[in-house]
Write a protein of this length. Sequence first.
Length: 405
Amino acid sequence: MSTNADVPSVSESPPAVEAPPSNGKPAPGAVAAPPHHDGFLGIVEDQFALRQLISEYLIPKETNNFWYTLGGVLAIALVLEFVTGFLLSFAYNPDAGQAYDVTRRLIETPVWSVVINFHFWNSFVIFGLVMIHMLRVFTTGAYRGSKIGLWLTGVGLAGATFLISLTGETLHWDEVGFAVPWHISEFFQAVGLAGVVAYEFADLKDIPTATQKLGQIYAVHISLAAVILVLLTVLHYYLIKVKGISFPYWLKESGRTAPFSTHIKEWGIYGGIILGIVLLMAIFVPRDPGIAPQLLPSSPFYGATHGPGGLGAKPTFPISWTHGMNVFVGEYLGIEPDIWGTVVGMALMTVALLVIPFVDRGKHTPRGWKEAFDLRQRGWAFLAMGIFWLVMILGAVTNFFAQAG
Ligand code: HEM
Ligand code: HEM
């Protein structure tokens, strides 16, 4: 990787490895000898060119810090989410008459409860890490020069993460999950297409037609969104490798490099701590299966004419802002249908993220705090990021205080 966003480093051959001086400490500018494995591990490294990717791939030593490891921790969290999701798909049944009971039983059964709870809490961590990682790469101006494409793949990743969280919440199929197709229906009604795509409220209150909708959402969750996420992650990593990584502006440049394997070790340490806490939560924090959806006779809301929002169902953290925006637009601005709150909020957030690299006037990654927060160069970029957070915070806070009705 190169420290300068404008200088690609893929063709650079690694600098010669120097022997440590007699005091045992490497000379300034020297790099540690890349670890070399013998036996089976060595063969695997050779055959899959892993040495070039890991131990012989040199990065600025200073990038081995917490804020620069969050993308890697995210990758580990994603792998575990895929593994637990894969296990859940053996037990799950996207039948609108059964999905709630399947989920409730999983939450109440030993071992399965750990799998489903881990999948649930980890989705919060994934979303939180995406947000923090995005703020880190934003402040370090890591999208400047030839790295606009890298930022754009990141925006795609944020969108895919949101989509997979939203569809996952639906699969739980309690009254909160049921709210998702309900709002999709509201949207289709608002644009006059509900009849065309058979997405009326009546279609959701009838088990066979609701099963079709749940099946479509299941397909998006386990295949479409998952495939988009994997493809974009691969493209993201490829671009980081080719374009190089930015330099942490708050540190002094020593000119020293370290093998990428040292960075992966840091991923493991921070990932182990964060995901270890998620595992403990999955084991020890009890979870309520929620209220059965209003289309089931066993639900206390059975036959209700109001939608889930009006009955007091609120979405969980990664998507809480959507309900809050609906309440804000519907109750405070008096605009109906209130689904426009989510639609307009989502459009504003997407545009805000997309324009950031185009309105930032800086030419290279910031060197020091002053350049990182220089509003003459970055004013528009900060405004765009501000709009993104304004919508999310406004929505989340409104959701928090929203009452049923
Ligand atoms: C699933 C989500 C994501 C994953 C797995 C991921 C992974 C990574 C990794 C491993 C890095 C290397 C440096 C580091 O770890 O800090 C990185 C860098 C980067 N990411 Fe992401 N990322 C994700 C989402 C995003 C988002 C949402 C954005 C922005 C909208 C973004 C933009 C960038 C940029 C611009 C860099 C280059 C950083 C630099 O040069 O310092 N990424 N990403
Ligand atoms: C970033 C990736 C993913 C995220 C953020 C995510 C998120 C979620 C969330 C929040 C739930 C609801 C869990 C609950 O309320 O208890 C869920 C359910 C589910 N997910 Fe995922 N998921 C991801 C990937 C996957 C993958 C790759 C698969 C399958 C291969 C999968 C399969 C499932 C299944 C079967 C359920 C239903 C569990 C149930 O309610 O009984 N997920 N997911």
